[in-house]
Design a protein around this ligand. Structure first.
Ligand code: SF4
Ligand code: SF4
Length: 91
């Protein structure tokens, strides 16, 4: 079966604005065996102040390695992670 895995983090649930620092949590990051998540500061992103050292993020960087075990989704206390399978030709 061909298709693509789509992994999203809802930053309205995980981020400085809502008092959740991904550096202190990082549960999704640790739960993922193929280590597809990256913890990084938002330098270069479209932010009010991209140089603010408090603005750290988790980004799903290598979704092609995901085998949809759902451990990241289950481990997130904020329900901020979603994993979806998109069949080829779907949207
Ligand atoms: S579903 Fe499993 S393999 Fe995929 S990103 Fe989450 S923890 Fe990693
Ligand atoms: S588990 Fe959830 S709250 Fe924790 S860092 Fe990952 S996305 Fe953020």
């Amino acid at each position: 079966m061909t298709g693509k895995t789509s992994i999203k983090i809802d930053y309205s649930r995980c981020g400085d604005e809502v008092g959740v620092d991904p550096r202190s949590c990082g549960k999704c990051l640790r739960a993922c065996d193929p280590a597809i998540f990256l913890l990084h500061e938002t330098l270069g992103a479209v932010e009010e102040n991209p140089f603010d050292p408090q603005k750290w993020r988790i980004t799903p960087l290598w979704p092609d390695l995901c085998f949809r075990c759902m451990k990241c989704v289950e481990s997130c206390p904020e329900r901020a992670v979603s994993v979806r399978w998109k069949p080829a030709g779907g949207n």
